[in-house]
Write a protein of this length. Structure first.
Lengths: 391, 262
């Protein structure tokens, strides 16, 4: 065993063993499984449930609710390693990472018992609805509103680009309530089960090769019991932020996994493809861009681990900056790796056989969601550098 | 009384790595990461299944190997679900052949106490596949090798061996040694709980003296075989590519005829 920085400073034996076990599971399915699911319009359910049964989907959730009792670090390991085998599970970003975290930290005892065991073993899934047509990146303009009706809540509004609503048992909806004292709107979160009357969703046609679909959601006076409100009505903003850092770290893991997968395909091709005397990987015009991708992926991975370590240590504020930087860096590195991989393969990079072309669009998701890279640059400009705000 | 299952596993260099011999013509363990022999994972899996089907069973994994064989080999079997480990580690073991290894394993298995010993069909480095037979002989118990199906009931182990021309159904009374093939069923992946639990499972470390084995019976000196020289496999030469421009079939036939394949 070697004592590298990774081993000593970041990756415990258990984490490395988790990495190895998840990677072995992912390889047993392989990229072909994923692309077949996309082509046949199926979900990657077999992989999802197997990963759930092995405790991989709920590693971050508390043990008393069926989880693994570990942290966001471990959850990110799972998503990254599955992605590196070509089989990312997008809903991990929302179901255990956002919804699981929010419920575990702020949910009522009843909510935890109702949802966490299922989210942990994968038998239940929860989507997350925050983005609105007129709010976009400006979450202060969220207009989905809840008002009291006796003991119930009535929730109305619209959401857009919500992943996996069709396969989720419930969606965690970010809405606002009117502060009784000041009249100001403040955020709050509601668990809305899929079959609730007034909760409707429509698929958005996306040019993305992914098993998980995107939806518009329409909430028309959806009547919810008091128990649908997550935790405390006054702690909504805190709860929201508790879920958003894991989302960024997991998005980084998603980009990193995809980038690693693309790079591996490209490196293997560059090592074996021979048109003149040497394999094409001997030419620096091919080799250097691949080396650069490796460097950038490695750097982004380090930042993602830093963010996860801070988050798991309970430093929400410190994790925020690192998570934003990690999401940014991983998205750039992931997109660059896919781009470089495609050009390493030339024409083959655009064939179905090598499966890289569809990643060109998929790798852009990390640049756009959950917040655009421009918003992250804004965050770093204002928050880290102290520059004045333009908005 | 509980069913005592012992699984013999081997720590080997990763078969996907670039494997070499060391200067003394033994396995070079430094150049390539080591891991649990993939073929032994099938043995662990079958032991787990037998254990799960039994009311009361305990699985001990035993390995003979260098220091790292514990963390990088035994640990995998423990994280899959085995209950405890035994690691025989001793500098004098360096360079042991299958005769030496089988001697040490036999003593270790007796030390643990056993009703059933489960082995893989072969190691992925030595690939001799004779260890289970040698072990059974040394222990003086029946051997039922190369099974693709195995079960234990009523003091008997039964199984199926798929040969090229016939399928045999075999049975032996316990205690016995069995080996299972890579057709016996996919080995499970360590679950997160299994990974976390493995570190806390006991691993007993033993030296040759603990087992009463004289050092000159094992290691390079005690080996029944000696390796005089080893050459790297010659690099594969580039094949001939026949481009079909209307004459592809004829060219293929000519190629095969030239080499007397047809």
């Amino acid at each position: 065993m070697s004592f590298t920085f990774d081993h000593v400073s970041l990756e415990s034996e258990e984490r490395r063993e988790l990495r190895a076990s998840v990677a072995a599971l992912g390889r047993s399915f392989g990229r072909r499984y994923f692309t077949d699911c996309v082509r046949e319009g199926r979900q990657t359910d077999e992989l999802w449930h197997k990963a759930g049964a092995l405790g991989f989907l709920g590693v971050n959730l508390p043990q008393e609710y069926g989880g693994g009792g570990a942290g966001l670090y471990e959850l990110a390991v799972v998503l990254e390693e599955l992605g590196a085998t070509g089989c990312p599970l997008l809903l991990m970003v929302v179901s255990p990472a956002i919804c699981g975290t929010v419920l575990a930290r702020f949910g009522t005892e009843e909510q935890k018992q109702r949802w966490l065991p299922g989210l942990a073993d994968g038998s239940a899934r929860m989507a997350f609805g925050i983005t609105e047509p007129d709010a976009g990146s400006n979450s202060h303009r969220i207009t989905t509103t809840a008002r009291r009706d006796g003991g119930d809540w009535l929730l109305s509004g619209r959401k857009v680009f919500i992943s996996g609503v069709d396969i989720a048992d419930a969606t965690l909806i970010v809405g606002r309530t009117e502060d009784a004292r000041t009249g100001k709107l403040k955020p709050c979160l509601f668990v809305v089960e899929r079959g609730t009357p007034g909760f409707e969703f429509r698929q958005i046609a996306m040019d993305l090769s992914a098993p998980e679909k995107q939806f518009q959601v329409f909430l028309d006076d959806v009547r919810l019991p008091a128990g649908a409100l997550v935790g405390d009505e006054d702690a909504g903003l805190l709860q929201l932020f508790a879920g958003l850092n894991p989302e960024r770290v997991m998005t980084a893991a998603f980009s990193l996994g995809m980038g690693r997968y693309a790079l591996e395909v490209a490196v293997e091709y560059a090592r074996t493809r021979q048109v003149w005397r040497e394999p094409i990987g001997a030419h620096q015009a091919i080799a250097h861009p691949l080396a650069k991708c490796r460097i950038e992926l490695e750097l982004a991975a380090l930042m993602a681990r830093k963010a996860a370590v801070l988050y798991d240590a309970g430093d929400d504020m410190g994790a925020g900056e690192a998570a934003n930087m990690a999401k940014y860096a991983a998205a750039e590195a992931g997109a660059a790796a896919v781009d470089t991989a495609v050009h390493t393969l030339g024409g083959n990079g655009l064939t179905e056989e090598y499966g890289l072309a569809s990643l060109l669009t998929a790798s852009r998701v990390g640049r756009i969601a959950p917040v655009s890279r421009e918003m992250i640059l804004n965050f770093v400009s204002h928050h880290t550098l102290g520059l004045p705000k333009s908005y | 009384m509980s069913l005592r299952i012992v699984v013999c596993v081997k720590y080997v260099p990763d078969a996907t790595g670039d494997r070499h011999f060391a200067e003394d013509l033994t396995t070079d363990r430094d150049a390539v990461d080591g891991l649990l022999s993939e073929l032994d994972e099938y043995a662990v899996e079958q032991a787990l299944q037998i254990s799960e089907a039994s009311d009361d069973a305990e699985i001990t994994v035993v390995t003979v190997g260098p220091e790292e064989a514990n963390k990088d080999g035994l640990r995998k079997a423990l994280s899959m679900g085995a209950d405890k480990g035994v690691h025989v580690v001793d500098d004098a073991l360096h360079g042991s052949d299958v005769m030496g290894t089988s001697l040490v394993l036999a003593k270790a298995v007796e030390h643990v106490g056993y009703d059933l010993v489960v082995c893989g069909m072969a190691s992925t480095d030595g690939t001799m596949g004779v260890l289970p037979a040698l072990l059974a002989e040394r222990l003086g118990v029946p051997q039922v090798t190369l099974l693709s199906e195995v079960a234990v009931a009523d003091g008997q182990v039964t199984g199926r061996r798929d040969g090229d021309t016939a399928t045999e159904r075999l049975a032996a009374s316990l205690p016995a040694v069995v080996s299972v093939t890579d057709q016996s069923g996919e080995a499970r992946y360590p679950s997160f709980k299994g990974i976390m639990a493995a570190k806390k499972k006991p691993v007993e470390e033993l030296q040759l003296s603990d087992l009463g084995i004289e050092a000159d019976l094992v290691g390079l000196g005690g080996a029944w075989t000696a390796v005089d020289s080893a050459d790297a496999r010659p690099a594969r030469t580039a094949g001939t590519i026949v481009k079909d421009e209307g004459e592809g079939g004829k060219q293929l036939a000519a190629f095969l005829a030239e080499r007397k394949f047809i």
